[in-house]
Design a protein around this ligand. Structure first.
Ligand SMILES: C[S@@+](CC[C@H](N)C(=O)[O-])C[C@H]1O[C@@H](n2cnc3c(N)ncnc32)[C@H](O)[C@@H]1O
Length: 325
């Protein structure tokens, strides 16, 4: 398929990898898929691996054993990555007996053993989540973006965002008086405020409106399609292969096919494979709801019931047990 035959019309989901296919969903362990992917064939590997937290899809092991297993997979990922390709590894923390182990620190060492080059450590900030009681509540995770070489694809213009002050002008030098920004917008920086917003807002703050959220499925650790879209647009070209080795409910695949990239995903849990198939089919039918790229993060107006201070907290003169309002 060429970039001009849009993937938008393509509906066949293959189950085995072949370079002649365009969309592959491999429904077994990633270690069975990897040997079937040729060397130097994938432009972007993007994933959120299991964090070894004992979620329903993983067996918790020691952090050393977990990292050893991941290293064997990363060795294969390095082999199949194109010379101008990228790996985006989205992780949070592993937590054991209340102690936090930031997984990106551990993964960084592994990727460096394969001589990959770190281009950004992107902070993905989200405004909602569980409230911790014995440490500060976690409100970000990271994406390590590595390239295989010094010569890599980076399409900044595809992902520019509106500048805050587009009317700014040079105040001295030969360009004095001319606009100082870029008419296509500014670099989105390495701090990404991409909402899991709509669904966290609903899951944690506004019960009973779950039907309204655009993307959330039963998967406990789903990331937003929008997060992947930015990486796909910036780090690949049309018709390139995008691979998610731990595909969950297929968010990376959807981001890839939305932008006419070929997509391969691997997921060992049948229930998530089934949801991925449904989401991809809905995408092709035009009914899949995803949060639009660049949509501003929701800010409460103050009028929502959940934004208002409960009357019990407003008792005059009672400073013992309340926030300062
Ligand atoms: C953090 S989740 C990824 C969620 C995904 N980013 C999404 O948006 O849906 C990790 C996924 O990897 C899958 N997984 C874990 N070990 C695997 C393995 N060895 N082979 C294939 N899939 C695996 C799990 O079942 C889980 O769905």
């Amino acid at each position: 398929m060429s970039a001009s035959d849009s993937l938008q019309d393509f509906t066949a989901i293959e189950t085995e990898f072949n370079l002649n296919h365009s969309l592959v969903l491999f429904p077994k362990d990633v270690n069975l898929l990897l040997p079937t992917i040729p060397d130097n064939s994938i432009s972007l590997i993007i994933t959120s691996p299991p964090y070894n937290l004992g979620k329903n899809y993983e067996k918790r092991v020691s952090i050393d054993k977990y990292l050893q297993e991941q290293k064997l997979i990363i060795e294969q990922l390095y082999r199949i990555l194109k010379d101008d390709g990228s790996i985006c590894w989205q992780v949070g923390n592993y937590v054991a007996q209340g102690e936090v182990f930031p997984l990106d620190i551990f993964y960084y060492q592994i990727f460096k053993e394969f001589n990959l080059f770190l281009r950004n450590r992107i902070i993905w900030h989200f405004g909602h989540g569980l409230h911790a009681s014995k440490r500060f509540s976690g409100r970000y995770e990271t994406i390590l973006w590595f390239t295989k070489s010094q010569d890599y694809t980076f399409n900044l213009d595809s992902v520019r965002v509106p500048s805050k002050y587009p009317g700014k002008r040079h105040y001295k030098g030969k360009n004095k008086g001319k606009p100082s920004g870029n008419p296509k917008g500014k670099n989105p920086s390495d701090l990404w405020e991409i909402a899991i917003e709509e669904w966290t807002k609903e899951v944690w703050e506004i019960p009973n409106v779950k039907a309204n959220h655009p993307e959330k499925t039963i998967h406990p650790c789903q990331y937003p399609v929008e997060l992947v879209e930015r990486c796909v647009l910036a780090l690949t070209n049309e018709d390139d292969w995008v691979f998610d080795p731990f595909a969950g409910v297929g968010s990376s695949l959807i981001a890839a096919i939305k932008h006419n990239r070929k997509a391969v995903g691997c997921e060992k849990e049948t229930q998530y494979i089934e949801i991925t198939r449904q989401r991809i089919n809905s995408y092709f039918e035009g009914t899949l709801k995803t949060r639009p790229m660049g949509k501003p993060v929701y800010k409460p107006t103050g009028r929502e019931k959940v934004s208002q201070v409960p009357d019990e907290w407003k008792k005059v003169g009672d400073n013992t047990n309340s926030q300062k309002y």
